[in-house]
Write a protein that binds this ligand. Sequence first.
Ligand code: CTP
Length: 416
Amino acid sequence: MSDDIVADRPSRRIVLGVGGGIAAYKVADLLRKLVELGHDVTVVPTAAALRFVGEPTWAALSHRPVRTDVFTDAHEVPHVQLGRDAELVVVAPATADLIARAAHGMADDLLTNTLLTARCPVLFAPAMHTEMWEHAATAANVATLRSRGVTVLEPAIGRLTGSDTGRGRLPEPADIAAIAELLLHRPDATPPDLVGRRIVVTAGGTREALDPVRFLGNRSSGRQGFAIAMVAAARGAHVTLLAANVELPPPPGADVIRIGSAEQLREATHQAVKDADAVVMAAAVADFRPAAVVGHKIKKGDEDPAPVALVRNPDILAELVSARERNHSGPAVIVGFAAETGDDDSDVLSYGRAKLARKGCDLLVVNAVGEDKAFGRPDNAAVILGADGFESHIPLGPKTVLAAAVCDAVISLLHG
Ligand code: CTP
C-alpha cells in the first residue's frame, strides 16, 4: 500500500525499535514513511542493527538523536522515559533473538528496556529465515507476546537473504506503516478475536476482455479490500484474498489468489467460501462483459467501429446469498460493498439501504466515490449498514480504520 502518506494528521510520538537483521535497510523506508505522516519518531536500534545500517542514517531520517544503550545520556533516564512517553512502539525487523528477549522480559539494551516500560500499543514486524520463524521456540515466544496484547504481524512470503524463498520476509514498510496508523487511531484495533476463523476477501476490479490486449475495467485499486485482509489477518484470521488486477504486494498473513475477470472471480469465490466463516465482497465486479471476445487484436481499419454488444455478468454476491438460503450452509456473514455517487433522484445512503435490501447480504459498506473520493486513495469514509438495522458511520480516515470497523461488525455477527 505505497503512497499511503497523508500530511494533515496529528503528530504522534513513536519509538521505532530496529533489530539486527538484513531487513534493517528496509526499515529506513518505514522510518521515512512515519516521518512523512508527521510523527515524531525516535529510533532505538540494537547494537546488531547498527552493524547493518549505521547511526547517521537513523539520525538523519528521524531528525533526532539515536541511542542504543542505557548509559548514553543517562541523566535523562532514557530507558524509562522513552517507553513512558511513547504512543506506539514499532519493532522492525523483529528478529528471532529480539522476539525471544522481549517475550522473556529481558532488559539488556535500550530497546528491551523501552519495551518493558511502554504501556502503549506495541507492533512487531518479524523478519528471519523460515526455519527460525517456524522453530518451536520462536512460535512459543510469538504466542507469549500475542497473549500479552502485542500485535505480531505474520512475515511475508518470498525471496529471503540467500537464494532461498519462503515465509520470513519483512512485511512491506507501507503495510507496517498502515497498521501503525491504525493502532495510533485505535489502540484496540487488532485483538486476536478472529483466531480460528476463515475469512474470504475479494478486492480490486475485474477486467472483461474485448480482445487479447483490450478490456473493459474500472478504477478500483484494491486498497480497501487489501486493508481488510491485512487487519483480519492481524486479528488472527486465516485470510484468502481474491485479488482482481491489484498491483499491491500481498498483505502480511493473507493467502493471495490473483484473478482477472468476473467469471474467474466467481469461480474462485465459490471455491474459497466453502469452509469460510465470512466473505467480504470488496471487489468492483463488472456488471457486463463483451458478448464475444475477439481472438485477435481488433484493427482500426477504415470503417466506423462496430458497437460492442454486452451481456450481463452473474451477480456473485447475490449468488452467495441465495446459495446460503438454498443449502442452509455457507459463510455465516456475507458482506457487500456499495460504491455510490448519488444523483438527482437519491443520495448515497438511500441507494445503499435499497441495495442492502436488494442483495440480501448481512452487512453493506456504503461509500461515496467520484470527485477523487475513495478510488486509489489511502483514506476512506463509509457507513456500515446491517440487515438487522445496524448502522455505523466511519469518518474519513485511513482505510485500515474502516477495515477494523468492518472486522468489528463481522465479529459481532459471528458471535451473535
Ligand atoms: N457484485 C457482485 N457481482 C456483480 C456485481 C457486484 O458480487 N456482478 C458485488 C460487489 O462486489 C459489491 C456489491 O455486489 O459487494 C455491490 O456492487 P455494485 O456494483 O455497487 O452493485 P450493483 O448490483 O452492480 O448495483 P449498481 O446498479 O449500483 O451498479
